[in-house]
Design a protein around this ligand. Structure first.
Ligand code: GDP
Length: 301
């Protein structure tokens, strides 16, 4: 008799639960996302990435049952944070120091990115950081195209105390990189950083050039350097490089000059590669490890 009573109670409770539950409708989510959409666009997240994010959030929420009285806004806000974090947290995490330690010498890093993105400065920052962590470094001046590129790189390298391997302007960038690797092999140098050109010309295709350098050097890591101020353009840039030479990791520059840094979200979405560092100034120490959680708050304002 007692059992029967308990069963009845349970059934009553079940019915009550059902009445107390409401389903989140597409309309609720769309309304809530209107503000978010504006916020993200203002933070410089590319439009196609905002759309993809909205779909992801809808998938998480539409049809979900919540108890009457729960704060729907809070639920949606949590889903937004979760979706952004998912985009910013790619499948593969990279512990660069650990990878270099366990790699055969030299560990080769190929840097790609358009002119003005901060590539040369970033290479010097990374060389500085690697040296601080006890690794020896050599840099390949494989931008043999832009006037002044080699001297500029040498100036940076001198300041951080790293040797540059160079040929003359117009030389084959892949041959320069190859020489740098041979130089490192002969001397037991731990890391080779390859600087590359950042602009196409009519008689010279930048992506073909990147493919060739990658084929010749077989880099352990391809790093895309992107300017966080580039806004929507960064999506197209990252996609082009990713198609030519698969991007393994990203360094996002000029975050100190950027209001919100939505570019991080755009790049992660397009490349599915982790953001290793962010550049936060022009000094050689202005390189900071990327922290997704901190970033979500920054983007959401
Ligand atoms: P590259 O053409 O891609 O090699 O670009 P450079 O390394 O020459 O950098 C272009 C400009 O951006 C230079 O004036 C750099 O000092 C500046 N720059 C690079 N990284 C940062 C950064 O994180 N913050 C700021 N504020 N400026 C940066």
């Amino acid at each position: 008799e007692n059992v029967e009573k308990e069963e009845k109670e349970a059934e009553k409770k079940g019915i009550l639960e059902k009445i107390l539950m409401v389903e989140i409708k597409e309309k609720d989510v769309e309304e809530a996302l209107e503000d978010l959409e504006l916020e993200l666009l203002e933070a410089d997240v590319a439009l196609e990435v905002v759309d993809a994010l909205k779909e992801k959030i809808k998938e998480k929420l539409v049809g979900k049952k919540v108890r009457i009285g729960t704060d729907k806004e809070k639920i949606i806000e949590d889903a937004v944070r979760e979706a952004i974090l998912e985009i910013l947290t790619p499948p593969r995490k990279i512990d660069l120091l650990e990878e270099i330690r366990k790699s055969e010498k030299p560990y080769v890093i190929l840097f790609v990115g358009f002119n003005g993105s901060g590539k040369t400065t970033t290479i010097a920052k990374l060389a500085h950081w690697l040296k601080k962590n006890g690794f020896s470094v050599v840099i390949a001046a494989s931008d043999t195209f832009r006037a002044g590129a080699i001297e500029q790189l040498e100036e940076h390298a001198k300041r951080v105390g790293v040797k540059v391997i160079k040929h003359s302007y117009g030389a084959d960038p892949a041959a320069v990189a190859y020489d740098a690797i041979q130089h490192a092999k002969a001397r037991g140098i731990d890391v080779v950083l390859i600087d590359t050109a950042g602009r196409s010309e009519t008689n010279r295709n930048l992506m073909d050039e990147m493919r060739k350098i990658a084929r010749v050097t077989k880099p352990n890591l391809v790093v895309f350097v992107g300017d966080s101020l580039a806004g929507n353009a960064i999506v197209e840039q990252a996609r082009q490089f990713n198609d030519a030479v698969k991007i393994d990791a990203v360094i996002l520059t000029k975050l100190d000059a950027d209001a919100r840094g939505g570019a991080a979200l755009s790049i992660s979405h397009v490349t599915n590669a982790p953001i290793l560092f962010v550049g936060i100034g022009q000094g050689y120490d202005d390189l900071m490890p990327f922290d997704e959680k901190w970033f979500v708050e920054r983007i959401l304002g």
